[in-house]
Design a protein around this ligand. Structure first.
Ligand code: 9MR
Length: 512
């Protein structure tokens, strides 16, 4: 059996600076480069990697064009699993006609972002093309072996681990019926593992199932099976515990002891599909339970040496499988539908040894509202109106807060004048400057950064509008129509493209 692969360590992600400015009401700022750097916050994967584990996420091809989504996927996670694109119905929809195009998009994304890939899945009763079920029993083994061989060979060197067989058991621990079980009995599992090993001897080979996280009939069945496979010398490296948890069903029974008994057989264990759903609407109690479940899963994996890592079954509620499968349930993921970290994210961070990121609705729960005070998109000034609202339950110290409005400079001078024209909190308390984006993005090569010299925003309170204005020092024109943060609304509304940071950590909005 090969040794577990550890994903790489040490990537860092630039995060915005906390600015303590001494800027006057109207100040020309000459650009000298990128923004100052603040203390860098480790990603979930970096925190996990420091403990010898990986932290990953499922993803799916239709989600990748969502730039804000893929930016987080590519930076926060060290491992990805394709949610659908390596399944049999996608990869061999017609017998003998293999199509790896969608899965290749996922492995390419991983390669570009220095991530490992868990392959999911070679043999499963679900998402099987109709032709497999229609085969005479005598031809199923050859078809299965061919499928496993072709796919594992195709991804050799690109997939570090395979869920070779997915969900082989019923809840009571009996074998689940499938064309494979019907044709071969439980021997299909050993046959599939041997075929995968022959096709990719370096891949870690897993059996993967749900409701095997705790001690119980189903995990007992998995335990008995893997022990037999190991005794027979069948190539098997690990057990994947999906961990689709729900606050209403309780935390798995003795998860640590259960994980440890598999580890004691010499197997790796991975948490492969973690999410924690709840009956909607979410409330404080359910949210707290959810955070606790996420935290306990992380603590369990950290406590079991052979637990090699955790994969969440996508990281955002925006792309969760839950609402369509369990009507009335949802909010299962670490980030909300606006890609903002939820309390569970803080729970995972702190369990991994990181600092609390303020995603607990406590200090730092701010939102930005915006209106355009300027109907002319092609003149020499940009006039955003911005206000901040404290949506949390604790006061926020404004001197910790920065706000960014992204725009493009077009041609002309590279120095700017920035202005606060009016605000009920007093422009003398508001700082402002223009800086170049560290990595220029479409619609965003510069940003106006607003800060505060002091003051505090009580729960529920708003700063009231801050009327901002900027121009290039040569007064050449802008074209605001393609500016990332620009909007045409003339009354204040929540604005996700205005990004708010507390202590350098993003608490609202989506970066370009
Ligand atoms: O996330 C997947 C979803 O997009 C598919 O519609 C669904 C179809 O069964 O499969 C989901 O992923 C499943 C995974 O492959 C195996 N474990 C359960 C996951 C959630 O259903």
């Amino acid at each position: 059996m090969s040794s577990p692969k550890r994903s790489r360590h040490g990537r860092t992600r630039g995060l915005p600076a906390l600015l303590i400015g001494a800027l006057t009401l109207a100040l020309a700022v000459t650009l000298t480069g990128g923004p100052a750097t603040a203390a860098q916050q480790d990603t979930l994967h970096e925190l996990a990697a420091a403990q010898g584990k990986y932290f990953g996420s499922a993803t799916d091809n239709p989600e990748l064009p969502d730039a804000a989504y893929s930016a987080i996927l590519g930076s926060e996670f060290g491992q990805i699993t394709p949610g659908n694109s390596m399944k049999w119905d996608t990869t061999e929809p017609v017998q003998g006609q293999f199509d790896f195009a969608k899965g290749d998009v996922i492995t390419d994304f991983a390669a570009q972002h220095g991530q490992t890939v868990r392959g999911h899945t070679l043999v499963w009763h679900s998402q099987l093309p109709g032709w497999v079920g229609a085969l005479p029993s005598a031809r199923v083994e050859a078809a299965m072996t061919r499928h496993v061989t072709e796919e594992a060979a195709h991804y050799r060197g690109e997939v570090t681990a395979w869920d070779v067989v997915n969900e082989p058991f019923n809840e009571d621990g009996t074998f689940r019926s499938s064309p494979f079980y019907t044709a071969m009995g439980s021997d299909y599992i050993a046959t599939a593992l041997r075929a995968a090993h022959a096709a990719d001897p370096d891949a870690e080979l897993y059996l993967n199932d749900y409701n095997i996280e705790g001690l119980g009939a189903k995990s007992d069945a998995m335990y008995t099976l893997v022990k037999e496979l190991l005794d027979e010398g069948v190539p098997l490296d690990g057990v994947g515990m999906q961990a689709h948890l729900a606050v209403q069903y309780g935390f798995p029974n003795q998860m640590r002891a259960n994980m440890q008994r598999f580890a004691d057989l010499g197997l790796d264990v991975a948490v492969t599909e973690l999410d924690v759903r709840m009956e909607l609407p979410a409330d404080a109690a359910k949210t707290a339970t959810q955070s606790s479940y996420y935290r306990q899963v992380v603590e369990t994996c950290l406590a079991v040496e052979r637990c090699i890592g955790i994969t969440v079954w996508d990281y955002t509620d925006k792309y969760s499988w839950v609402p369509s499968t369990f009507p009335g349930q949802g909010s299962a993921n670490l980030y909300d539908e606006n890609l903002l970290p939820k309390p569970a994210h803080s729970a995972v961070r702190t369990a991994l040894g990181g600092e609390d990121d303020g995603g607990d609705g406590g200090p730092g729960a701010l939102k930005a509202q915006y209106r355009s005070s300027d109907s002319a998109t092609r003149d020499n000034q940009i006039k955003p109106g911005v206000q901040l609202v404290n949506t949390g339950s604790t006061a926020v110290s404004l001197s910790d807060v920065t706000v960014r409005y992204w725009f493009t400079s077009e041609n002309g001078a590279s120095s700017y004048s920035t202005w606060c024209d009016w605000s009920p909190i007093g422009c003398s308390t508001v700082t402002h400057r223009v800086a170049t984006a560290g990595i220029p993005k479409a619609g965003a090569d510069h940003y106006l950064e607003v800060g505060f010299r002091g003051g505090s925003l009580a729960p529920g309170a708003s700063t009231g509008e801050i009327q901002l204005r900027l121009n290039k020092t040569d007064w050449s024109n802008f074209d605001e129509s393609d500016d990332y943060s620009h909007g045409s609304g003339t009354s204040y509304a929540d604005a996700l493209k205005i990004v708010v940071y507390v202590g350098g950590e993003r608490v609202w909005g989506i970066e370009p």
